[in-house]
Write a protein that binds this ligand. Structure first.
Ligand code: PMP
Length: 441
C-alpha cells in the first residue's frame, strides 16, 4: 500500500518499514499489519520511559516475526505458519515412563549444577548418535544447548563483530538471519531456489571475506530443498580452499519420507571448518529446549564461556530424560512412527494442493522436513493472500519474511507436519477459497 501510494518499489517500501521498526516508531505483527508505536509522553508521565533506556540497534530486536509465528492462533484458525512437530505425536508417554522408573534411583548430583558444556552422559550419547550418521565426534566435541537457536546466538557472539559479512542461503531461516543481523553482521544472500551457485559463493568469499556461511543443506527451511551429494562435495572443496567456516544447521535430516538424504557436510568435512547444529525440537518436542553443537574443542570451550554468562548450563532434567531416551533405544522407533505419519500428511497435502490450488500455485513436493514452498502463479501477492486467508481462518508465512532483501512477493511457506490429514485438507480448501478471492478482484 505504501509502495502504491508513493509510487516507489516494494523493496523501498519494505526497507522503509524496517528502518521505522528499528527506530521503534512502528511495530509489525505477521498476518495482521504494521502499527504505529505508542509514543510516550514523558512530561505527563511518571512512569519509567523504558523504550528510551534500551540499548541502540543492533542490540534491539528487529522484529518479533518468530514470536508471532509460534504464538497461539486465533480460535478456529488453522495455522500452517509455525514449523512444528504435531503435539499429538510428542512421545510424552515414554518420557513419563522413563521419569517414573528412574527418578527414585537418580544420582542427585545430576540435579545440581553441571558443567556448562552439558550433561556428560548426554554429550556422550549425542556423539554416539552422530557417529552413526558418519560424523565422527567424541564427548569433547559436543556442547549441549537450550535449543539450537542458542547455538546460533553463541556463534554470533563468538565469531561476529559489527560490519562482518556472513553468507546465507536466500531464502533462509528467520531466527538465524535475525541473530546475525542483531550482531551487526551484513548478510550476503546466496539464492537457493535452484542450483546453488558456488561461483557466486567464491565471488563473495574473495570480495568480502565473510566470517561464515550458514547453510541448511537438508530439507531447507523454508524451501524444503536438499543439497545434492555432488554439490555438498564441491562446497566442501571450495570452503576448504578458502578456510571458510560453514555453520551447518540440521534440524530436519531425520525427517525423510522417501530415500535417506545425502551425508551431512560435517560428515565429509576434511578441514575442520564445519560447525554442526542439531536439535530435538522437530523430532521430539520443542519445549524440551534441548539442542547441541558439534565442533572442535577449542570452539566448544570458547562457546561454553559465552554460554556460562547466559544460563550456566542447560536444563538438567531435560538432558537427563533425553539421555535415557537415546540410551534405551527409544529414538529409532519414534522416528519410524513420525516419518510414517508425516509422509502420509505430506502426500495428502500434495494431493490436495494439486487438486484444489494447482491453477494458482506452483510447488514442489518436499522429500522431507516440514514445508511446502509455494509460489503464486497469477496476479496478487502473498501478503494479499494472507489477508484473505485470515478471513477464511487459515495462516501461513509469506515468503518475504525469509529474505534480508525481499526481491519478490509471491512466495509462501506452508507447514504440513503440525496437523492431521483431515485438518490439512480443510486448510487447503480454505487456501483455495482465498486464492480464488485474490485472483477474482
Ligand atoms: N534452525 C532451523 C533451521 C529451524 O527451523 C529452527 C526451528 N524453527 C531452529 C534452528 C531452532 O530450533 P530450536 O528449537 O532447537 O532452537
Amino acid at each position: 500500500e505504501l509502495a502504491d501510494l508513493f509510487s516507489v518499489s516494494r523493496t523501498t517500501a519494505i526497507n522503509a518499514y524496517r528502518k521505522l521498526e528499528q527506530m521503534g516508531l512502528v511495530w509489525t505483527k505477521v498476518g495482521s499489519g504494521t502499527y504505529v508505536a505508542q509514543t510516550l509522553n514523558v512530561e505527563s508521565s511518571s512512569e519509567v520511559p523504558w523504550p528510551q533506556l534500551f540499548t541502540a540497534y543492533p542490540q534491539n530486536p528487529l522484529a518479533s516475526i518468530l514470536r508471532d509465528l509460534v504464538s497461539t492462533p486465533a480460535t478456529g484458525t488453522i495455522s500452517l505458519a509455525a514449523g512444528m512437530a504435531d503435539p499429538a505425536l510428542y512421545p510424552l508417554d515414554i518420557f513419563t515412563e522413563l521419569f517414573n522408573r528412574n527418578i527414585g534411583t537418580a544420582n542427585l548430583a545430576d540435579f545440581g549444577h553441571i558443567p556448562t558444556e552439558g550433561y556428560t552422559p548426554l554429550r556422550k550419547a549425542i556423539a554416539a548418535m552422530l557417529s552413526e550418521k558418519g560424523i565422527s565426534t567424541s564427548t569433547e566435541n559436543i556442547l549441549t544447548l537450550s535449543g539450537s537457536q542458542q547455538g546460533l546466538y553463541l556463534l554470533s557472539k563468538v565469531l561476529l563483530e559489527p560490519g562482518d559479512y556472513v553468507v546465507m542461503e536466500g531464502p533462509t531461516f528467520i531466527g538465524a538471519m535475525q541473530v546475525f543481523q542483531a550482531a551487526g553482521a551484513r548478510v550476503l544472500s546466496l539464492p537457493c531456489s535452484g542450483k546453488l551457485s558456488l561461483e557466486l559463493l567464491e565471488d563473495f568469499i574473495i570480495r568480502y571475506r565473510p566470517k561464515l556461511f550458514y547453510s541448511i543443506p537438508t530439507y531447507q527451511n523454508p524451501t524444503g530443498r536438499v543439497m545434492p551429494a555432488h554439490e555438498r562435495q564441491d562446497l566442501i572443496n571450495l570452503a576448504k580452499r578458502h578456510r571458510l567456516v560453514i555453520v551447518e544447521d540440521d534440524p530436519y535430516s531425520d525427517l525423510y519420507y522417501d530415500q535417506k538424504p545425502p551425508q551431512s557436510l560435517k560428515a565429509i568435512d576434511t578441514y575442520g571448518g564445519v560447525v554442526y547444529l542439531g536439535t530435538f525440537s522437530k523430532i521430539l518436542f520443542p519445549g524440551l529446549r534441548t539442542g547441541y553443537l558439534a565442533g572442535p574443542p577449542v570452539l566448544i570451550n570458547r562457546l561454553a564461556l559465552e554460554k556460562q554468562y547466559i544460563d550456566l548450563h542447560s536444563n538438567n532434567i531435560a538432558q537427563w530424560l533425553v539421555t535415557m531416551f537415546l540410551n534405551e533405544g527409544k529414538l529409532v522407533p519414534h522416528l519410524e512412527t513420525v516419518r510414517r505419519e508425516y509422509k502420509k500428511r505430506r502426500n495428502a497435502m500434495a494431493k490436495a494442493l494439486q487438486r484444489l490450488c494447482a491453477n494458482d500455485l506452483e510447488f514442489t513436493v518436499p522429500e522431507g522436513g516440514c514445508y511446502f514452498w509455494c509460489k503464486l502463479k497469477q496476479a496478487g501477492t502473498s501478503q494479499r493472500l494472507l489477508h484473505e486467508a485470515a478471513k477464511n481462518r487459515i495462516s501461513f508465512v509469506p515468503g518475504e519474511a525469509f529474505y534480508t532483501m525481499p526481491t519478490q512477493d509471491k512466495e509462501l511457506r506452508l507447514c504440513f507436519t503440525a496437523h492431521n490429514e483431515a485438518v490439512l485438507l480443510e486448510s487447503v480448501q480454505r487456501l483455495a477459497k482465498s486464492l480464488t478471492q485474490i485472483t477474482k478482484k
